[in-house]
Ligand binder design. Structure first.
Ligand SMILES: Cc1ncc(COP(=O)(O)O)c(C=O)c1O
Length: 387
């Protein structure tokens, strides 16, 4: 398919990235920081009532964290390593949430000693750890959510617990001297069904009401997680539509006077800001009569494109060549046959595509640079430039 660049980023931004890239050896990722700021501004405009906790895992580069810091954003953090990096930028611990429900007791203690007082949880053992290692802290319980079939990168099964258990955990937290603060969920990353938020907010409402009526516990916060869209080949609504609908769900459930609302965006802020520049290493056919060519590029599953697993995320790929298109199979450069990016979903690339041509992978700013292996087959990790 011919990619309409303008569907994914302004033409002028692409030209700037292309000019910057010309004399550099591929593969590498270019992040356009103006785009990051624009997406962040859109979020705060469309969700004026919400506090943003940037999901650091989406792209933890210092250049990005500095932008977030200066924009007054808070941070959703997954490990002591992310914590150290964020704190090293002078960010105060009251802007940090330890959002990973899977954590060692000594890591909880480390966060506590650094001053962090907000923790996610979804299990009894973890709450008991938090009560010991981070006494008196605020906790929020993550619940399971539906929507794994409509999210391109589902997260729902591994994290969270059933609402009944969430209520038990909130009560336990209170009894252990913690502050029961709220409920969180994540409807799955790149969630294309906005209704997924409606379903889970209904459960949150029941939890809020029952805890209030039956246990005299008043929760204050709902963490709506991530799941907001970047632009890939599979179409999603734009962020404005998400915001309108989610705000309506919230108002219907909780009235105009909303609890504290937290968002944890990663992909929607970073995805569209990145262009991965690669080169075609080899083009071949497997037999004289084979209908499809194989196009091998110098990026693959092990150099940042792991979200092509099960062909889940379909990045728009741009080639400067014009002309007749042909279906191809796209694979990476390593000696691992898992390193095939798209085979069932047939991308079409120009028939006149040649070895050493450049391919531009659009919307690759989130979950790429850090997924890159450090030395598989000797290939170095994916480089990132910021412009
Ligand atoms: C706890 C948590 N919050 C937020 C995010 C960010 O989600 P997204 O990239 O869909 O915005 C993730 C992603 O894995 C997550 O695990």
């Amino acid at each position: 398919m011919f990619i309409q660049l303008e569907d994914y980023l302004p033409l002028e931004t692409f030209k700037r990235i292309q000019a910057f890239s010309e004399d550099k050896e591929t593969p590498f990722l270019v992040i356009d920081t103006d785009t990051v700021v624009r997406h962040l501004d859109d979020l705060t405009t469309y969700f004026p009532y919400a506090s943003i906790y940037y999901a650091v895992k989406a792209n933890p580069a210092v250049e990005i964290l500095t932008i977030m810091r200066d924009k007054g954003v808070n941070f959703d953090i997954a490990s002591i390593y992310e914590l150290d990096r964020v704190l090293s930028l002078g960010i105060s611990p009251d802007r940090i949430s330890y959002g990973n429900t899977i954590k060692k007791s000594r890591d909880v203690r480390y966060f506590y000693e650094k001053g962090v007082r907000l923790y996610a949880t979804d299990s009894e053992a973890d709450i008991r750890n938090i009560a010991k290692a981070a006494p008196g802290s605020k906790i929020y319980v993550r619940i399971l959510s539906e929507g794994s079939r409509t999210a391109d990168w589902p997260l729902s099964r591994k994290f969270g617990c059933q609402p009944d258990m969430a209520m038990d955990l909130i009560i336990l937290a209170k009894n252990l001297g913690l502050v029961p603060y709220g409920i969180s969920f994540h409807v799955g990353s790149q969630q294309r069904d906005i209704g997924a938020w409606d379903g889970v907010l209904g459960k949150v409402k029941v939890i809020f009401e029952r805890l209030h009526e039956e246990e005299n516990i008043t929760l204050e916060m709902i963490n709506l997680g991530g799941g907001f869209p970047a632009n890939y080949l599979s179409k999603a609504n734009n962020l404005y539509v998400y915001a309108q609908e989610i705000t309506r769900f919230l108002n219907e459930g909780f009235g105009e006077d909303l609890p504290t609302i937290i968002l944890e965006p990663g992909r929607s802020v970073m995805g569209n800001a990145g262009v991965l520049v690669s080169e075609v290493v080899l083009i071949s056919r497997k037999s004289r009569t084979a209908l499809n060519r194989w196009v091998y590029t110098d990026v693959g599953k092990f150099s940042g494109l792991i979200e092509t697993m099960n062909e889940a995320i379909k990045y728009p790929i741009y080639s400067g060549r014009k002309g007749e298109l042909e279906e191809v199979i796209i694979a990476g450069p390593t000696c691992d046959s898992a390193d095939i990016l798209y085979e069932d979903f047939k991308y079409k690339l120009p028939l006149n595509l040649s070895i050493s041509d450049r391919l531009y992978w659009l919307s690759t700013g989130a979950y790429t640079s850090t997924y890159s292996a450090i030395e598989f087959n000797g290939f170095p990790p994916l480089k990132t430039y910021f412009i």
